[in-house]
Every structure is written in C-alpha cells, then in structure tokens.
Design a protein around this ligand. Structure first.
Ligand SMILES: Cc1cc2nc3c(=O)[nH]c(=O)nc-3n(C[C@H](O)[C@H](O)[C@H](O)COP(=O)(O)O)c2cc1C
Length: 771
C-alpha cells in the first residue's frame, strides 16, 4: 500500500491555451476529457477588476461601475475565453489568467515607481543565469517576483533533501525533485510568462556555452554554487565573454561583484586566488585539497566569527559549513537589488561588499536614531536684525530726514507706538515671513524691510515684501485714525532699493499731506482678518459684496480689482495655478522655498512664530503625509525625473473647486511703489471680505513667479522659464489683462468655516526698536 507512487518529477513548463483559437480550444477539451481530475480555477474577474482599477488610480469605482468597465474592456469577448487558460501539469490545475501584457502589468504594478515604466521595459529584455540553487533559489525567486529580467537560466544538478529545508524555501513534497525543477515550477506559478531554461546537470563543460550564450549572451551570471572548479571555470568563461559575475555567500551578506563587462582585464575573484595553481583545482577532492582555494575565495578573514569557528569543526562535529535561512533569503534580496542596478547602468563598481546586519544593528552602534530623536525636529530660526544692520541707512536718514523742524508732530508714548505696531504687524505676509522692522525715533516711526527676511525666490525685486509692507502700512493708518491721529507717510524717503520703506509722522490735525479717512471702520476687523484655506461647498458671491470690494480697492490710486466667476474661466485659471504649483514644487529652489515656509510641528510654530503652520492648510491625512514625504528634495527629484507631480497641483485645484470666485488686483506699473500701494489695496480688500464674512486666501505663487516673466529674469529657475512664460501668456489672455495692468495679487474668495488656528506673529518687542 505504501510503495513509492509514480509522480511527475520532471515537468516544469506550464501549457497555455488561448481558447479563442479553435485548435487550442479543441486541445484543451481533449485534455479535460482525458484527465477528468484536473482542478479548474477561474479568478479572471478579480484580475480584470484589479487591472481596471490600476488603470484608473484616481477613480473609486462602485461595484456597478466596475462591472460596466469590465464589460467595456471585454468588448464582446465572452469572459470565459478572455486571456488564457494555463495548465500546470505538476499541480494538475487549469488556471484562467490574463494574457501576458495585462498579467505583467497587474503583477508588477506595485513596483512602480521604485522601478519606472521605462526601466521595466529595459529589464524585460535582460537574461540572467544562476549557478547553484540554494542561495540561488532565493535569488531566482526574488528576481522573478521583482521581474528584473525576461529570462532566467538555472543550473544545478542537485535534488531537494530534508537537510536543505533549513534554508531553502520549499516543502517535503519535493524530496527527490531536482532543484532546477522546483525553482522553475515555483517561478511558473508566480509568472508563467517569465522564460525559464533549466540545466539539470548543473554547469558542465558540455553545456557551458549554452548557459552563457545560447539564444543571446547572458547579461549577468550569478555564481552561488559549492563546486570549487565550477566557481573558477564559470568566471574564466564569464571573463572571456565580458559578462559580469555576482556572488553572494549567505554569511555577513558578503557580495562579490566582478564587472568583466566593463573591465576585461579584471583578475577573477578580485585576484584573491592568483597565487594558486588553478590547474589543480579540478583534481581537488578532499577538504584538505580544497581549503587552500576556498578560504581566500570566501574570504575567511572577513567571515563572521561563528562561521570561522564552525569551519574548525567541519568533518569533526558537522559535515559542512553552516548556512541560515535569514542569510540565504537576505542574499536573494541583495543580489536582486544589485543586479537590477547593474542592468540599468546605475552601478558600476567591482569588489567585495558586506551587508552585515549584526554590524549595523547592535547595542554598540551609536549612529542609530532613537525613539526620542525620531520625534525631535530641527528648528531653523531666521537671524534677528538689529540697529547695527541698518547703520548706513540710519546715518543717511539722520542727515536727510531728521534735520527738519517737526514741532507740529505729536509726541507718542511708547505704549502708543507699541499699540500701532501691534496692529500693523497683524498684516499678512507671504509665507508669514513678516518682512518688517520698525524704529521709533524723535517722533517718527520708521518702517524698514527686514534684511534677513527677504531672501526668497517669490520675492523678486522685493515684490512680495512690498505687498506685506503696504498691508502693514494700511493697518497702521487705520489704527492711528482710531487713536485720533492724522498720519503723514513719506514713502521711500532714501530712494527705491533702500531698506527704509516709509516713515510715519503723526499729527493732531488734517493737512494736505495727511492720509484720507476712507473706510476707517475696517479697523474693527483688523484682528479678525486671516488666511482661510478651508475647503467647503461652492456658493455664489453677492452682487452688493462684489461692488463693495471694487469700491474699497479703487480707493487706492491705480488699483483695480478683477473678479472671475465664470465656470470656464475658473477652470482655465485653475489649470494654470496647478501647473505653476507643480513646476514650482518640482524645481529645486521652489521646493526648498516651500519646505522652509511650512512649520511642520507645534514646537516649530511656537518657537519661530513665523511661517505657515501646516495645521492651517486644509489637508486630508493622506495629503499631509504626502507633503511630509515630499519634504525631502531627493524624493521630489525622482518625481520630477519621472515627469510626474500632479499631486502638487491638487491642493490648489481643490481650493479653486470650492471657491465662490477667483480674483486679482492689478496696478498700472511694475515697480516698488505700485507693489507697496498694491499691498494697501490687498489689505483693504481682505478686511472688507472679513467684514462681509467671506473667506479670503491668496494663491500667489504664480503672481510672484510671473513677476520674473515680465522682466525676463529667471535666475535659478531658468529651467522653468519657457513653461512659466507660456502659463503667463495664458493668464493674461484669460483674465483680459491690459498693457497698463500688472497683476500684483491673486486670490480666491469662498464661503468656508472659520479656521480654528490663527497664524502667530513675532512679538512687538522683537520687531520694534527705539533710538
Ligand atoms: C504677498 C503674500 C502672498 C501670499 N501667498 C499665499 C499663497 O500663495 N497661499 C496661501 O495659502 N497664502 C498666502 N498668503 C497668506 C500668508 O501665508 C498669510 O498671510 C500668513 O501666513 C499669515 O497668516 P494670516 O494671513 O492668517 O494672518 C500670502 C500673503 C501675502 C501677503
């Protein structure tokens, strides 16, 4: 009863039937008739569902939609005959699978973009030979899973035995089966389309040419066998043919790479056995004879201590050297990774490498990242500016501005000055950089550009700073009026380009040069104004609000407001904003700007009191995680290289989708005064929107980059010059901007819930100086 059963120990090739072809249909029918015990497995629907989902990654299909999509995809082919039926003789199973291209597309989909589509195509043309299938099995299976080649040639003469099962991943049902067959079957079960050729006698002098060159030369030879002679002669052949050799011993992740393809003069095995007579190797039978060759080859010096100690016990208490499953499986991963990079020309060295986990992960390692460090973040504080930083300007100001009689000016107390500045700095600023520094001296309040806070790609010719300084000025005037002071402002008193932006003189009575009292009521909403980035449902903008906004903006000389409500126009503008965001974020300088502008943690928010708190952006958890990942330029660099990055435009798209309208403020000219006055108009409008309960969010990356287009000055964003120019032309056309209109600010208006978090400002004492 228990005599040895006849089992199929030889088949390893699956048989394909495309039953749309009549002859194949007939063949399959007769197979099923002659072998009624065949088990049939039909999961084609699941495969099609996966295929269609991954072809539409943005879409979340309902069950019904997916059904419809499958129907469309089948295009009248009955689902039973779609794809192929594959018969696995050794399993006695008939399995319904997608045809080759679709099967590979779904099976390797999760490789993308660790392997890009272009790389995948290159790898599919590669051919790898493996000699020895212990570590070799782990390598072959990992390579097949990862699909780093289109063809594998497997050479081993051995069979599976019980003592193999500590390191070779297979089962007791395979005792007595050739290792080549076990591996080839497993690969066919993972991917029947991957070509596998077996040399069941191992590598021999008879088949060596087949192994290396039949139907095209190998791209890589993996040598992981025990045979001393095979090790050497395989390398001699590889060297002669210019084929790289990779070897992995499962001890300490030792990996040898010999690039005979790049350097035909390379000695085999790094020259470690050059001193030995290789002609004697073939005759070496006993351990005594083999050891002189094996020790240098395997690098006895660099082996792990346990392997060294075990070597002394060979043929005493153990039969051969030990190997662990962890090392073997690891070797599979290492070799696959290394070979992929070799095949893609991403790695060119020859040499012996160690990937020793014990060396990298142990109690004595000091450069690991502790749980505390993982949580700790580095905080970059912008240096403080002091009086000395403005020494030259002050000297000039003393000569030119403080020699005049200012008896009519009011004496302000320090408390009053602080109150004025406190209100002024509630103004918005790009990235909340707060580009201001104030000095009160001899009845005059001076507003400086903070020289440590103007270095930004979005601050071309100080444009963004001037908007903020204009906005702060508007706040200050409103506050002074509330405190019953008349205000005289003297813009750019030392000329354009000087850090002194404006001076404020406070008087008790109106004069021809004091500021008018237009919209003084807006002071009430100065503390309430904020950037509202919250998303919500789209609602319409009221006519009366819109005309109020026009009135407020027009009160600043030269300022004009454009409001966009037309759906088509909004859609087009949305595409521009998203495209510019993408270009900006995938540009190294732009990316750095964005990353530095964000305050990623509560601690960072509180210590810097500037920047944009990530919690003030309405992000889904996935978007937030995405931003955190994209923080690293090396990550974003890949996205750029692969010509991806639409995700970076998504936030703007969502913001526009929930907006009631988009808007733009224009000024007649591109110069410092126009940006400063533009800033005053921005602030008045923003306050008016706050008064009307309308959410306001600048969307200004494009505006400040377009400033460069107008001037044709791109500095370090030269690479996006053409694209920027195109996008700016589109913007001008869509918005109907005239020659004498220069966009200084772009924003969205929405009806959105009030944000829970307000952006902080630096303390008054940090921005106000006295002399
Ligand atoms: C010149 C300028 C450009 C800005 N650009 C943007 C922008 O592109 N996107 C955005 O969400 N906020 C933008 N803001 C808003 C600032 O980030 C915001 O004013 C700052 O973080 C302070 O927050 P608060 O306005 O809530 O007080 C901009 C503000 C100014 C003055």
């Amino acid at each position: 009863m228990l005599s040895k059963s006849i089992k199929d120990n030889n088949s390893f090739k699956p048989i394909f039937f495309d039953i749309k072809i009549e002859s194949e249909y007939n063949k399959l029918s007769s197979l099923l008739k002659s072998n009624p015990s065949i088990e049939i497995l039909d999961e084609i629907k699941g495969q099609l569902e996966e295929l269609l989902k991954l072809k539409n990654p943005k879409k979340k299909f309902t069950t019904d939609e997916l059904k419809q999509e499958i129907k469309k995809h089948l295009n009248n082919t009955p689902i039973k005959s779609y794809g192929v039926w594959v018969y696995y003789p050794w399993l006695n199973k008939l399995i319904h699978l997608l045809a080759e291209n679709e099967f590979i597309e779904v099976r390797t989909n999760r490789n993308q973009y660790k392997i890009t589509p272009d790389e995948k195509e290159i790898l599919a043309t590669k051919k790898i030979g493996i000699i020895g299938l212990s570590v070799g099995k782990a390598i072959a299976i990992t390579m097949a899973m990862e699909r780093i080649c289109g063809e594998l040639i497997l050479a081993d003469f051995d069979i599976i035995e019980l003592s193999n099962l500590n390191r070779i991943q297979t089962g007791v049902q395979n005792f007595g089966v050739k290792k080549t067959i076990v591996v080839a079957r497993e690969i066919a079960e993972i991917d029947p389309y991957l070509k596998v050729t077996c040399l069941h006698d191992g590598l021999t002098e008879q088949n060596v040419n087949d192994f290396f060159t039949k139907d095209g030369k190998l791209d890589i030879c993996i040598e992981v066998c025990d045979g001393l002679y095979t090790k050497i002669f395989a390398r001699q052949k590889a060297k002669e043919l210019g084929i790289p050799v990779v070897m992995n011993s499962s001890d300490r992740g030792t990996t040898d790479i010999e690039r005979f393809d790049l350097d035909p003069s390379l000695p085999i095995l790094h020259g470690l056995i050059d001193h030995l007579d290789l002609s004697l190797v073939k005759e070496a039978k006993t351990n005594e004879e083999k050891v002189p060759y094996l020790l240098p080859m395997l690098g006895v010096e660099t082996s792990s201590e346990r392997l060294k100690a075990s070597m002394l016990e060979i043929e005493e208490t153990i039969t051969t050297w030990p190997q662990l499953a962890s090392g073997v499986v690891f070797g599979g991963g290492i070799c696959t990774d290394v070979c992929r990079r070799i095949l893609l020309n991403q790695f060119t060295n020859s040499g012996r490498y160690f990937v020793d986990t014990e060396q990298h992960i142990n109690n004595n390692v000091t450069d690991y990242i502790s749980a505390n460090q993982l949580k700790e973040e580095q905080i970059n504080l912008i240096p403080k500016t002091n009086l000395e930083d403005y020494a030259d300007t002050l000297k000039e100001a003393n000569e030119k501005l403080f020699n005049k009689n200012n008896d009519a000016s009011c004496e302000l107390t320090n408390t009053e000055v602080e109150e004025l500045v406190k209100y002024a700095i509630m103004a918005p600023s790009g990235g909340n950089v707060q580009p201001w520094k104030w000095l009160f001296k001899d009845k005059i309040l001076m507003l400086f550009n903070d020289i440590n806070r103007c270095e930004s790609i979005l601050n071309y010719k100080n444009t963004a700073s001037l908007i903020s300084l204009g906005a702060a000025t508007e706040n200050l005037i409103l506050k002074a009026h509330q405190m019953e002071y008349e205000v005289e402002i003297n813009k750019f008193p030392l000329g354009i380009g000087n850090d002194l932006i404006t001076t404020f003189n406070f008087l008790k009575n109106k004069t021809k040069t004091t500021e008018e009292h237009l919209h003084d009521n807006l002071i009430d909403v100065v503390p309430k104004r904020l950037t509202n980035r919250n998303l919500s449902k789209k609602v319409d903008l009221k006519e009366e609000d819109e005309s109020y906004f026009h009135e407020v903006v027009n009160s600043i000389n030269g300022a004009e407001l454009k409001i966009f409500k037309d759906v088509n126009q909004i859609e087009k503008l949305k595409e521009i904003l998203a495209e510019v965001d993408k270009l900006f974020m995938t540009n190294k300088t732009g990316h750095a700007h964005f990353i530095h502008e964000i305050r990623w943690t509560k601690k960072e928010v509180e210590e810097t009191r500037d920047g944009i708190d990530i919690n003030t952006i309405d992000l889904t958890p996935a978007e937030r995680a995405g931003l955190i990942v994209a923080k690293n330029w090396n990550v974003t660099k890949h996205i750029k290289k692969w010509k991806l990055g639409n995700e970076f435009g998504k936030l703007s798209k969502k913001a526009v989708d929930s907006a009631a309208a988009l808007g733009m403020i224009t000024m007649p000219k591109f110069d410092a005064d126009n940006f400063f006055e533009g800033g005053r108009a921005v602030q008045k409008l923003w306050l008016a929107a706050t008064e009307k309960g309308i959410a306001f969010q600048p969307m200004s990356i494009s505006t400040f980059l377009f400033a460069k287009v107008g001037d044709n000055n791109f500095d370090d964003i030269e690479e996006i010059k053409d694209e920027m120019t195109t996008q700016y032309d589109k913007l001008k056309e869509i918005t109907g901007m005239a020659e004498n209109q220069k966009d200084v600010f772009f924003f969205r208006l929405a009806s959105a819930p009030e944000p829970k978090i307000k952006a902080l400002r630096r303390h008054v004492e940090d921005v106000l100086m006295y002399e």
